[in-house]
Design a binder for this molecule. Structure first.
Ligand SMILES: Nc1nc2c(c(=O)[nH]1)N[C@H]1C(S)=C(S)[C@@H](COP(=O)(O)O)O[C@H]1N2
Ligand SMILES: [Mo]
Length: 293
């Protein structure tokens, strides 16, 4: 199955103008990718293992010891049992028609479409059905939105909300930030995605705030777990311009306008409007008048 995996820190750089986020990678729009995965459904493995009374979560561990964790510990996390049993969740041994590489988790990796990338555990070593979420640092402390005003290091394990499904999101990939392009017709390209098995309903692009929105053409629909590439044709007046893009999904959810209210100490789940500053050069648009013959 085809699935896009997005790191919880994708687009973190959009939070930095609000407030600094020390110790985390300032990802732009590239902490995301799409692949075709093959393996076995995790749900089939859980069914074969038999029921466990009181079970509510499925926990994974991997052998890589993370120095970033406090204290350093092997990577691990958990997902709710109903998600683990859903047909889209795989134990994958193949990526893009080739054997899975070590870098992407060989011999076996969990693929949890729709969830933050951190739940797609590479080099999976143990799978445990449990009553409680994993107490691994990556579940109990990292990859959470802390309670309002709290910092994850002091709020303590289990505080706040563990990140699961990604929210509707979009990015502008072309033109590049800082590009100098001719004024006039301009093609803007990017991606949009959402979680929860919903689809992308639409993407709009604006040349500058207040100038109105142009609807983008959506690319191939590869199903609810895969990003939607899009293309928009806008008319650029000369001068410094901010291209803005926003998406909404088939549940009616849309992207918030500003990053401020979303800011959190580790910079997760940034999905405010995508903005790319460019400069358009050239003559101002000439007003059209009928040509005499
Ligand atoms: N064992 C293990 N699995 C892991 C991680 C890790 O550090 N160790 N990182 C996670 C995170 S945060 C992300 S975003 C994805 C990245 O997947 P990729 O390396 O295939 O791009 O793997 C996830 N699985
Ligand atoms: Mo990540």
């Amino acid at each position: 199955m085809a699935a896009t995996l997005q790191c919880a820190g994708n687009r973190r750089d959009g939070f930095l103008p609000v407030r600094d986020i020390p110790g985390e990678i300032p990802w732009g729009a590239g902490a995301i990718s799409t692949a075709t995965w093959a393996g076995i459904r995790l749900g089939d493995v859980l069914t074969a293992a038999g029921p466990r009374p009181g079970a509510a979560h499925t926990a994974f561990t991997a052998p890589d010891v993370a120095q970033a964790a406090h204290p350093p510990q092997p990577y691990g996390c958990s997902i709710p049992l109903d998600k683990a049993a859903a047909p889209e969740v795989l134990l994958a041994w193949s990526m893009n028609g080739a054997p899975l590489t070590a870098a992407h988790g060989a011999p076996l990796r969990v693929v949890v479409p729709g969830y933050i990338g951190a739940r797609s555990v590479k080099w999976v070593q143990t799978i445990t059905v449990t009553a409680q979420p994993s107490d691994n640092w990556f579940q109990a402390t990292a990859y959470r939105i802390p309670p309002p005003g709290a910092h994850p290091d002091t709020a303590g394990p289990g505080a706040g909300t563990a990140l699961t499904d990604v929210a509707v999101n979009a990015a502008i990939l072309s033109p590049d930030a800082g590009a100098v392009v001719p004024a006039g017709p301009c093609t803007v390209r990017g991606y949009a995605l959402t979680g929860g098995g919903a689809g992308i309903a639409g993407v709009e692009v604006s040349v500058h705030p207040g100038s109105g929105w142009v609807e983008a053409d959506l690319g191939v629909d590869r199903g609810p777990w895969v990003w939607r590439q899009w293309t928009a044709h806008v008319d650029l007046p000369p001068g410094p311009r901010t291209l803005t893009a926003r998406a909404w999904d088939t549940t009616g959810a849309s992207m918030p306008e500003h990053p401020g209210p979303l800011w959190n100490p580790q910079g997760y789940a940034h999905n405010s409007w995508a903005r790319t500053s460019i400069t358009a050069h050239g003559p101002p648009p000439v007003s059209r008048r009928p040509r005499g013959r």
